[in-house]
Design a protein around this ligand. Structure first.
Ligand SMILES: NC(=O)c1ccc[n+]([C@@H]2O[C@H](COP(=O)([O-])OP(=O)(O)OC[C@H]3O[C@@H](n4cnc5c(N)ncnc54)[C@H](O)[C@@H]3O)[C@@H](O)[C@H]2O)c1
Length: 356
């Protein structure tokens, strides 16, 4: 972009999760959803009608859209595609001069993630990863509490997302390793891991010892005549350069107590926090623990009073105001290095050292 526009014209590629990106750009005064792309003609037609976009702004092939980027005055793109397409299509968008908000996980592996980060630097374009749990008001409130020093130095954490049964779209790309890169560790674990690491101040991961299991997924998939070749449960112990340790757990299937069970707990030298879902769904509660004048206390977070941006607003603001977004490509790469290490450790049975 030669001159920063007043309003960012964003193309959304992939209209599953991408429909939330569309709504986000549509709602925000500083952006507009200027083009859409999906290889599924039904989805494309549905959102073309809903967004009242003319045919010249609707594409089934992202290459044709990028070829028309200048004519359409596109500034940025949201990549909300199956994981195997994050890297190649992000690279195409960056090459076409667009800033990119890419869905989590950043890529299939750290090699791809690094190529994306390098390309964004070379093209001088912003690259943000949609670690959406950071953008919940409650998470931002916890971040403020941690940053105020209330926990002291954080030395231990556990972060988990378990489902009793919840393989997304059984038989879809999610359960096929060549398209997803992995199962619940790369799909759900990514959210909880990023959230914990962000609250911890993004220390540098140095070693990972992990295990992966595929116990229930293959049996259930077989019963339905579907393919499933990823883990259905994974866990890891991650050590950081500041001496802190994080335990990560994620599953799509297992005999867990709750249908949906999420928790992130951090222990510091002066206090602790816990954030977890309630009612086996997507409502969350959070508490802070401390000690004052010889008494241990805890308090529950109620609603926040400060304004919180959506991920889409944050991306648009970062581009228009020419600053780093809250969730950077580097954070995406750090998470991806750990994911690679969990899978490698699970396959070899050995601790993996992370080299940068
Ligand atoms: N941040 C979050 O909270 C969150 C939530 C859900 C999904 N996601 C992520 O979003 C991504 C997409 O997941 P989903 O649930 O929307 O999957 P999905 O399969 O429902 O949607 C993907 C869409 O991409 C389209 N598509 C596939 N190949 C294409 C191509 N070459 N060109 C154009 N369109 C193509 C498909 O037709 C489909 O409409 C994944 O990486 C997933 O991890 C993130």
């Amino acid at each position: 972009m030669s001159k920063e526009p007043e309003r960012l014209n964003v193309a959304v590629i992939g209209l599953g999760m991408g429909r939330h990106h569309l709504a986000g750009y549509h709602k925000y005064a500083r952006s507009r959803a200027a083009a859409i792309c999906d290889s599924d003609p039904g989805r494309l037609a549905q959102f073309a009608a809903e967004c009242k976009l003319p045919p010249e702004r609707c594409f089934s092939d992202h290459r044709k859209m990028l070829a028309a980027a200048r004519a359409l005055d596109l500034h940025a793109a949201s990549v909300a595609l199956p994981n195997c397409l994050h890297a190649p299509i992000t690279l195409d968008c960056l090459k076409a001069g667009l800033h990119v908000l890419c869905e989590k996980p950043m890529a299939m592996n750290a090699r791809q993630a690094r190529a994306m980060l390098d390309a964004s630097k070379k093209a001088r374009r912003k690259l943000m990863i949609n670690f959406s749990y950071r953008f919940m008001p409650q998470t931002q409130a916890l971040k403020r509490i941690v940053d105020s020093g209330a926990l002291g130095d954080i030395y231990f954490g556990r972060t988990a997302w378990h489902r009793r049964r919840g393989m997304p779209g059984l038989g879809s790309w999610f359960g096929i390793k060549a398209q997803s890169g992995g199962g619940p560790i790369i799909d759900l674990g990514v959210h909880r891991m990023d959230m914990a690491m962000w609250l911890m101040g993004n220390p540098r991961p140095v070693t990972v010892s992990g295990s992966t299991y595929s116990v229930i997924g293959p049996r259930v998939a077989k019963e339905h005549g579907k393919t499933f070749d990823v883990e259905d449960l994974g866990c890891a112990l991650i050590r950081f350069d500041n001496g802190a340790t994080l335990i990560l757990e994620a599953s799509w299937a297992g005999f867990s107590e709750k249908r949906e069970d999420m928790v992130t707990q951090l222990f510091g030298t002066a206090g602790g926090i816990i954030q977890r879902n309630t009612g086996e769904g997507y409502d969350f509660e959070a508490r802070v623990y401390g000690e004052r004048d010889g008494t241990l206390w805890d308090s529950k977070l109620q609603e926040t009073t400060f304004p919180v941006k959506s991920a889409y607003e944050e991306f648009v603001d970062a581009v228009l105001d020419d600053r780093e977004p809250l969730a950077t490509g580097q954070h995406g790469l750090d998470v991806q290095l750990i994911l690679d290490a969990v899978y490698k450790s699970g396959a070899t049975g050995r601790e993996v050292r992370i080299a940068r």
